[in-house]
Design a protein around this ligand. Structure first.
Ligand code: HEC
Length: 148
């Protein structure tokens, strides 16, 4: 396996050299032709096929007001589930309707405030200060939706 890789590597080097210089050398030319697809791929792509498409992902940026397109479920999964899926430190578990109906008696606004500012063992913004208030609220909404 490794020796054949080595040979391919050498051929590739020869091939590229062949493309650049010794075009009149028949054997080099033959090699260059055989390797042309590989050579092109590397030359054109400049990174030999590892072109990483840079799709940003969760780059939500400054999440203005309204917040209609904020994915509360994704934020919950990323930040909140560590505690609220497991009930660690007596965190009310997601889906525990009884625990959450008691919490809801305080009113959703109080719950939002507690999550944004922190509440006992519940860290401010779930411990992720990069979340906007709107994102935190979306996560709370998701959590409550799943728990009623
Ligand atoms: C480090 C663990 C931890 C993380 C992470 C965490 N929580 Fe909590 N959360 C708790 C604990 C513990 C409580 C219970 C606090 C209490 O009642 O004393 C709580 C309580 C709450 C409450 C109820 C507050 C109240 O006033 O009764 C809400 C709502 C809540 N969390 C939402 C969230 C959301 C949304 C996230 C993610 C952004 C999150 N939590 C992340 C531990 C966590």
């Amino acid at each position: 396996m490794s020796s054949s890789k080595l040979i391919v590597g050498c051929l590739a080097t020869l091939g590229l050299t062949g493309l650049t210089f010794a075009q009149e050398d028949a054997s080099h030319e033959a090699i260059a032709k055989r390797l042309a697809p590989v050579g092109e791929l590397c030359l054109e792509g400049q990174d030999c096929g590892t072109s990483a498409s840079s799709t940003g992902g969760g780059d939500t940026g400054s999440g203005g007001s309204g917040g209609g397109d904020i994915d509360g479920a994704a934020i919950y999964d990323a930040v909140c589930m560590a505690c609220h899926d497991t009930g660690v430190a007596n965190a009310p578990k997601i889906g525990d309707t009884e625990a959450w109906s008691q919490r809801l008696e305080k009113g959703t606004d109080t719950l939002y405030t507690h999550v944004i500012e922190g509440f006992n063992a519940m860290p401010p913004k779930g411990g992720d200060p990069s979340l906007s208030d709107a994102e935190v609220k979306a996560a709370v909404d998701y959590l409550l939706d799943e728990s009623q």
